[in-house]
Design a protein. Structure first.
Length: 429
């Protein structure tokens, strides 16, 4: 835009952006006629979130044809009422307020709620129950961390402003020089982030557990068995341990390469056992690069309402917990649900094929503020407002920090909370 055009923009300052799990709250958004024209500081993920095409009210559908919003509400209510085991998932794409209404709807209809990310494995909830976990806020990383270890992650690709705002370049109270006061270590497979680190430890997934055991042995001064991982890796881990021990504040930043579903929660529990004894010599924490916008918040709402982290079945009047067998992808893949209510999001593109085929066989209700994934043809499609753009509410950052998101402009479609409430009222009639 030209300077003259820019001067005519309606500017909104300190806007929280749901474009990724960082939920950065320092953006300035420029609007013209309700459309986003500028995003500062520049972020490709923020620009994509705000500028993608919204779903208009005219795209509301029921049973393969256009429908009014009232007819869509009624058909959705009929679907969840008729189902014996309706599944509610994809909740991290909406506000915490809408998640609360969804739990009310699931409770009323005897459904199964899964607030975990369908394709990103995050065993934090169960790890907190077993070994405990030392965590921190993103602000603590920014202000204190002089050693940051990126293990199995690439924030420069998945969380674009994490590198500059929190983990590497940001100047903090105890790291006033920013990057010059920090040591960065990458572990895992080479990527854009590891290339910018001061040191890199190549580590195959088959060596992960052995490497963690070796670090724990170093921390607890137990006998070492370096033959299991090789001499070179033994030396690299010894150097890493010394860096952790001598640091003032260290942080392990973890991604999908560390949190592997096939390894279940073993790696995270082992890392927790490493971090805990290190506090006798220094300070540190674990931070997980979770996807956005509100998967942490959705899990927290479910936990507060049911007592269980991430998900619960409400089919028998009282909440029951079985995370190994009641995940959305497993339930769908095993054809154990007869209806589904979900929020559209980027995760749909990575949904396992068996789960996608199951969705095609059962009645589905989809809430969407952007166009639904091409492989999904819902029974009912309800357009909703976009959180942080046309809808307000509460969302939680990847470090479990709740932040208010606000509507920057109006929309003709309902909010997610309003839509779920409307279905609940019809299902309760």
């Amino acid at each position: 835009m030209t300077n003259a055009d820019s001067s005519q923009l309606e500017l909104h300052h300190d806007v929280p952006c749901p474009g990724c799990g960082c939920l950065c709250d320092d953006l300035t958004i420029g609007l013209a006629d309700g459309q986003v024209q500028s995003v500062e500081p520049a972020c490709a993920m923020a620009a994509a979130y705000y500028r993608q095409k919204s779903v208009p009210l005219t795209d509301c559908q029921a049973d393969g044809g256009a429908a009014s919003i009232e007819a869509a509400y009624q058909r959705a209510a009929e679907i969840v009422q008729a189902a014996k085991a309706p599944l509610f998932f994809g909740l991290g794409e909406t506000s915490s307020e809408a998640v609360r209404r969804t739990i009310d709807l699931a409770d009323r209809t005897g459904g199964i709620v899964d607030a975990t990310h369908p394709t990103f494995y995050d065993p934090t909830g169960r790890t907190l129950q077993t070994t405990g976990l030392v965590t921190c806020s993103l602000g603590e990383i920014r202000q204190r961390a002089d050693l940051v270890i990126f293990w199995g992650c690439d924030p420069q690709t998945t969380h674009l402003r994490h590198w500059e705002r929190y983990s590497a370049l940001a100047k903090g109270r105890f790291v006033p020089g920013g990057r010059s006061d920090r040591t960065l270590v990458g572990i895992g497979s080479p990527n854009k982030t590891t290339e910018a680190c001061d040191a890199f430890i190549p580590l195959d997934t088959s060596q992960q557990v052995a490497a963690l055991h070796h670090l724990i042995s170093l921390a607890q001064e137990k006998p070492l068995h370096g033959a299991a991982i090789g001499e070179e890796l033994t030396q690299q881990l010894a150097q890493l341990y010394e860096q952790v021990r001598r640091s003032k504040y260290f942080v392990f930043v973890l991604g999908e390469g560390f949190l592997r579903r096939e390894a279940v929660r073993i790696p995270l529990e082992l890392l927790a056992q490493l971090v805990r004894p290190m506090h006798e010599q220094t300070r540190g924490a674990i931070s997980i690069l979770r996807p956005g916008p509100n998967w942490v918040g959705a899990g927290g709402v479910v936990a507060s309402r049911t007592g269980y982290p991430g998900g619960a079945t409400l089919t028998q009047a009282v909440p029951q917990f079985d995370p190994d067998n009641l995940s959305a992808t497993k339930l769908l893949s095993q054809n154990r649900v007869d209806a589904a209510v979900l929020w559209e999001g980027p995760w749909l593109a990575n949904l396992p094929e068996a789960a996608r085929q199951s969705l095609a066989k059962i009645p589905t209700v989809v809430f969407a503020h952007r166009h639904v994934h091409a492989d999904i043809t819902p029974t009912v499609m309800i357009p909703i407002q976009r959180p942080g753009y046309t809808d307000s509410g509460t969302m939680s950052r990847m470090d479990d920090m709740p932040l208010p998101v606000r509507a920057l402009t109006g929309a003709e479609v309902p909010s997610a909370e309003e839509a779920v409430q409307a279905i609940l009222e019809r299902a309760s009639a």
